[in-house]
Ligand binder design. Structure first.
Ligand code: HEC
Ligand code: HEC
Length: 426
């Protein structure tokens, strides 16, 4: 892991230096042209995952009002950002969703970061978003169900709060239309943060560092909608970095496209150089042979891509796999939102990036390991009247099942951004 982390950090370091050089030369130009210093020093084009965005206002320990005032005084922190995604995930860039009335800025990401980790938003100052979506637990939680104020538990497993920029509807049943809508839910949920929106806004208002930020960042200052907007903006900045799959997939695609030319690459120096570059990128993030076989099964015999499709490994649709359907009163999932019989027991396809970090699995956390999950699919799920027609017994051998697990565990592992958790307003 550490090695991986370093690689990602270095990549950004190199990118950061390049960006810096560019900004410096641009600044020189503008100084020469207008003799003014008004041009922001930071670029408005950013790659999400860059630690610069989530590391917090520079410094240590709690944030002082002076530090916040200085940060808010830098116009660059208020410029709407043009965002791109880390390599691999960027193949899903067409699905980026940022509402028009909530553009991403550095200051808003930073405010959302503070709120995300702040237990003062809960009724008894013990629970934050991170309690159930913990960076150290893959932005999910190791428990079967999320544990909120006074140890209370709900009936669903905490899904991950990363790569959310690629999803519109949120929750296992899609009942929140946007991240903004979703983010204010847990605060007032009796068994999550157990607060009221009014009380949490009053708490935030009583903290001068927060008050300063809301007043500067939002035209209408501090209210619960803007708490949601800031939290949503921070969540959009949490994306997964390149994974072994991303690099190896390029090699596989090249080999498919140029199958007839591979033997003669010596005669095509340009093509050969491209192939060598792709292969050395893949070698830098190796996958075992078992994981490579699992990757072929994933889109082949095991048919996982029927639903876990695209660069974020989800079709953003709802399917019934039969999970929990043998309960006396099953959780009907999407049906409770649509009332459509075919949606009974259907849940949203989750991303599989970094899935190895977020056991237990499924909407009810009923499956403890990836082995158990693959076994479930191999049997064709659990029979019930609304079982998805994409669920069929797969007849995978024990080795093939192990290969699919190895693919998820090794191939789908990328780095998370570096996020400061300690820098909260005094
Ligand atoms: C007590 C545990 C708990 C706390 C605290 C909590 N969540 Fe959640 N979160 C969950 C559970 C459980 C779900 C799934 C609920 C469902 O689908 O019905 C969820 C769902 C989500 C989702 C939807 C993800 C998806 O893939 O659809 C997001 C985003 C999210 N939470 C963000 C937050 C934010 C932001 C906060 C803080 C304001 C927060 N959560 C606080 C447990 C928690
Ligand atoms: C019919 C669509 C569909 C197919 C095919 C499918 N999945 Fe899923 N997958 C889902 C849905 C929907 C869920 C959540 C279901 C629930 O919680 O009830 C899920 C959940 C998972 C989870 C748990 C993730 C988490 O965060 O809890 C894993 C792991 C997973 N699938 C892997 C696979 C693999 C491996 C395959 C191929 C063998 C596969 N899936 C095939 C739709 C599908």
């Amino acid at each position: 892991m550490l090695r991986c982390e370093e690689r990602f950090r270095n990549r950004f370091l190199v990118g950061g230096i390049a960006a810096l050089t560019l900004t410096i030369s641009l600044n020189r130009l503008s100084v020469a042209a207008t003799n003014s210093q008004t041009k922001p020093a930071k670029s408005d084009s950013v790659t999400l995952g860059d630690p610069e965005l989530t590391q917090g206002i520079p410094g240590v320990a709690l944030l002082t009002e002076d530090q916040i005032a200085q940060w808010l005084g830098d116009p660059a922190n208020h410029v709407p950002l043009k965002v791109s995604l880390p390599s691999g995930l960027d193949a899903a860039a067409a699905n980026i969703y940022i509402p028009e009335d909530n553009p991403m800025t550095r200051a808003k990401i930073e405010l959302g970061r503070q709120l995300y980790f702040d237990e003062r938003l809960s009724s008894d100052n013990t629970v934050s978003c991170a309690s159930c979506h913990d960076p150290a637990q893959g932005y999910g939680a190791e428990m079967q169900f999320g544990v909120g104020v006074r140890g209370q538990q709900g009936g669903r497993n905490s899904p991950v709060s990363f790569n959310r920029i690629l999803s519109k509807a949120q929750f296992w049943d899609g009942r929140a239309a946007s991240l903004e809508d979703q983010a204010v839910g847990p605060i007032a949920n009796a068994i999550e943060m157990g607060n009221t929106h009014d009380a949490s806004v009053a708490t935030v208002k009583s903290i001068p560092g927060y008050r300063m930020q809301f007043e500067k960042i939002f035209d209408d200052g501090l209210n619960i909608e803007n708490v949601g907007k800031a939290l949503a903006t921070f969540e959009r900045a949490i994306v997964t970095g390149p994974m072994p799959y991303d690099a190896y997939d390029q090699v596989v695609k090249f080999e498919k496209t140029f199958a007839d030319d591979l033997e003669y690459l010596d005669e095509e120096p340009e093509l050969k150089a491209k192939y060598t570059a792709l292969k050395s990128a893949a070698d830098a993030m190796p996958m075992s042979d078992s994981a490579k076989r699992g990757m072929a099964l994933f889109s082949g015999k095991a048919n996982c891509t029927a639903c876990h499709a695209g660069a974020n490994f989800t079709d953003e649709q709802y399917h019934n796999l039969g999970v929990g359907m043998d309960a006396e009163k099953p959780d009907l999932g999407r049906f409770d939102q649509t009332g459509d019989v075919k949606d009974r027991g259907a849940f949203k396809t989750p991303t599989l990036r970094n899935v190895a970090f977020t056991a237990p699995y499924m909407h009810d956390g009923s499956q403890a390991t990836l082995e158990e999950v693959v076994d479930w699919y191999n049997k064709g799920g659990h029979p019930n009247p609304q079982l998805s027609d994409k669920m069929k017994p797969l007849n995978l051998t024990a080795q093939e099942q192990a290969d699919v697990v190895a693919f998820m565990a090794e191939g789908l592992q990328g780095d998370f951004p570096i996020v400061s958790q300690a820098r909260l307003p005094q």
